[in-house]
Design a protein around this ligand. Structure first.
Ligand code: SF4
Length: 249
């Protein structure tokens, strides 16, 4: 079973900057029967990118497809046979590093493509050596993720970058995350033809749709994302409408 994939259109933009992002897509929320998004909200669950692209294409009369089934299989493996899951992850990362070298690209890894697991907590054994997590096992490559979980113990992990995600009903966590120095990913309900607001919540807004390479973002910004897919119809507060946009509407 392969765990990592490439080819998501936004991730492909990273190639223009010399990076090759490999993403792990698990079955989000509790779709596999096991919860992988401990801080998910009604709005983000409804707008989740799990159903973006080919992941959301179903044959007539069917409610699942090969991509969704693979994500469920991977998630079950993570919970039911952690050692085997980690063995496969190590093999995939090792292969990705070789592939990227051949392509002249720098491999980077996003393990929570459609989940929000604290991967810093899970040990990995390679040969006779046990590492405290996958990040220390591959200390020479960059990992990054978005998270809604405050208080993750990652500040001592130099090769793991986290961006905090704003959603419906997590304003207090967002304020705390700003105090802790996180950038804040925020989905704005504007068309792609409209420029991002200059600032939001007192912070400058950086266009996060130019690439997915969050570890290159300046510090102290809101990472603005255009609403896509089901998020365009969000009414929960997951998608934000800054005051200046409402005035202009
Ligand atoms: S936390 Fe992220 S992956 Fe999980 S349901 Fe919400 S948007 Fe999807």
């Amino acid at each position: 079973m392969k765990l990592l994939s490439t080819g998501n259109p936004k991730v492909l933009k990273g190639m223009e900057y010399g990076f090759n992002t490999y993403i792990l897509h698990l079955a989000p929320a509790d779709l596999s029967g096991r919860e992988v998004c401990p801080k998910r909200t009604i709005g983000c669950s409804a707008a989740c990118l799990n159903l973006a692209g080919r992941g959301g294409m179903f044959k007539r009369g069917e409610s699942t497809n090969a991509i969704q089934q693979a994500r469920i299989r991977k998630t079950k493996l993570f919970f039911d046979n952690r050692n085997e899951f980690m063995r496969l992850l190590v093999a995939d990362i090792t292969l990705a590093i070789k592939q990227s070298k051949r392509l002249g690209l720098t491999p980077v890894f996003r393990l929570n493509g459609t989940s929000d697991l604290s991967f810093e907590k899970y040990q990995v054994t390679i040969g006779n050596v046990t590492y405290s997590n996958i990040f220390s096992a591959f200390g020479f490559v960059q990992f990054y993720d978005y998270t809604k979980v405050l208080g993750r113990k990652v500040s001592h992990i130099p090769n793991y970058h986290l961006t905090f995600s704003a959603a419906d009903g997590n304003d207090n966590d967002v304020r705390e995350a700003i105090k802790q120095g996180y950038n804040i990913a925020t989905v704005f309900g504007i068309k792609k033809t409209v420029a991002m607001p200059a600032e939001y919540m007192g912070l400058p807004v950086f266009n996060g749709d130019e690439s997915d390479l969050r570890f290159l973002d300046p510090k102290g910004v809101v990472v603005g994302l255009y609403a896509k897919g089901k998020a365009k119809k969000d009414t929960t507060g997951f998608v934000k409408y800054p005051v200046m946009m409402l005035q202009a509407a």
